[in-house]
Structure formats: C-alpha cells, structure tokens
Design a protein around this ligand. Structure first.
Ligand code: SAM
Length: 218
C-alpha cells in the first residue's frame, strides 16, 4: 500500500509539527468554542497522528484518529504523549467503511478528499454527514486547482475534470465544486491558502489548499 511504504521509507514525511488545517482549527475553536465541555472529534486519515497530538494539546477534547495504514497507526501509538489533558485514541480503520453509530462534535480531515475517486467522495460526504452531531463542524483541507505542485502533472483521468494520476490519483478542487459537494453544511470559512511543505527527504513542496470550516444544520 502506497502510504504504508511512504511511512516506512520516509518516517515523519511531513515533520512532526501540525498541518495548516490543525492550526486553523485550533484558532477557530478559540474564537468559536463548541458547546460541549469536552468535544468529541474524529480525524479521518490521521496518518502518524501529528494533528491529533496538536489538537489534544491545545484544546480539551476527546479525539479519535483513524487510518487504514498499519504503519501510520503504529507510529501514532509510538508518538503518544505521556500526559495529555485530552483523551486520545487511534484505530486502524477504513473511513469509507466507518460504522455511523458513533457521533462527533467535529470531523477533521487533512489532505484526504483529493485522494478519493468520485464514488468514494460521495461515500465520504455521506459518512461525514451521518457522523456529525447537529451543529457539529467539519474542518477539511483539500488541494486547489491552483496547486502549483500537482495541477496538470501525470496522466489526466478520462471523463473527469481536474483529476490526474501521478504516483497516486489526485482530484484537485474548485470553489464552486466544494460549495456544491458540501451543500449540507453552512460554510463558516472557505479560504484558499498557499503554503510550503518541507519534507523528510529534504525537498520542499509548494501547495495551494482550501481550508474549509462548515457547520451541520440542527
Ligand atoms: C496525505 S496522507 C495525510 C495524513 C494526515 N492527515 C496528515 O496530514 O498528516 C493520507 C492518509 O490517508 C490515509 N487513507 C487513505 N485512504 C484511507 C481510507 N480509505 N481509510 C483510512 N485512511 C485512509 C492514508 O493511509 C494516509 O495516512
């Protein structure tokens, strides 16, 4: 599996610091706290847990990170802080097969949506909608069609706009598409942000991502 190999070869490939989305999410909650005293948060595709640790350290919450890569979950368990004001759990799980019985005050998902094929994107949205509590929040980052590192790189996918296969399948998103796909949410923020991503192998990637915060109606 691609991600398992990536983690085995490059270890903490994006470093141990938080993603842009995790910083944005913690800042958002400082300004707009959730009503629950200890909000329940799930990180879909948590990788080795860098954002779970950042959120757990910077806000009181109960947070579950899930990822289908065994190596990611092993690294996440190894990186767990000895003490935390938040409850932290990791599970190896496919988010497209996530049971929808458990509900969350916030769903967090960093740099996942652009990896999903059209039918998987539909399923992903259905799962998010069904696991969010009323007034629950989605925090999501996804590559923009203006991403300089990946747009137009690799083989275009027949019958799809803005999708390419290079090392992996990538579908880059435009604003109108996100507003339509996530129409079940009330958008609180939708920002397009450039950032530089230093990687474990010494390269720096240059990206343009959307940062989305949306609230499910009650
Ligand atoms: C680009 S990485 C992002 C990791 C993490 N969110 C971060 O920013 O550090 C994508 C992650 O999604 C995970 N993933 C991909 N498809 C998945 C699925 N169907 N269920 C669970 N995890 C998945 C991969 O194993 C990988 O760890």
């Amino acid at each position: 599996m691609h991600w398992d190999n990536e983690y085995k070869q490059q270890k903490h490939v994006w470093g141990k610091g938080p993603s842009e989305l995790a910083v944005f999410t913690v800042d958002f909650f400082k300004q707009h706290p959730l009503p629950a005293e200890t909000p329940r948060i799930i990180d879909l595709g948590c990788g080795y847990g860098r954002d779970v640790f950042y959120m757990a350290q910077n806000m009181r919450c109960s947070i579950l990170g899930i990822d289908k890569s065994p190596e990611a979950i092993r690294m996440a368990e190894d990186g767990r802080p000895k003490k935390s004001k938040s409850e932290i759990k990791f599970e190896r799980q496919d988010f497209l097969a996530l049971p929808t019985g458990n509900k969350y005050d916030a769903v967090f998902t960093s740099n996942i949506y652009h990896l999903l094929r059209p039918d998987e994107r539909i399923k992903f949205r259905e799962i998010i909608n069904s696991i969010l509590n009323p007034r629950g929040m989605l925090f999501m980052s996804v590559m923009s069609v203006r991403d300089p590192q990946h747009y137009g790189i690799g083989t275009p996918v027949a019958g799809e706009s803005n999708s390419f296969v290079d090392k992996v399948y990538l579908h880059l998103c435009a604003e109108e598409e996100l507003r339509e796909d996530f129409g079940f949410l009330s958008f609180k923020e939708l920002q397009e942000n450039p950032y530089d991503e230093p990687r474990a192998n010494g390269e720096t990637h240059h990206h343009m991502i959307w940062l989305l915060a949306g609230e499910k109606s009650s």
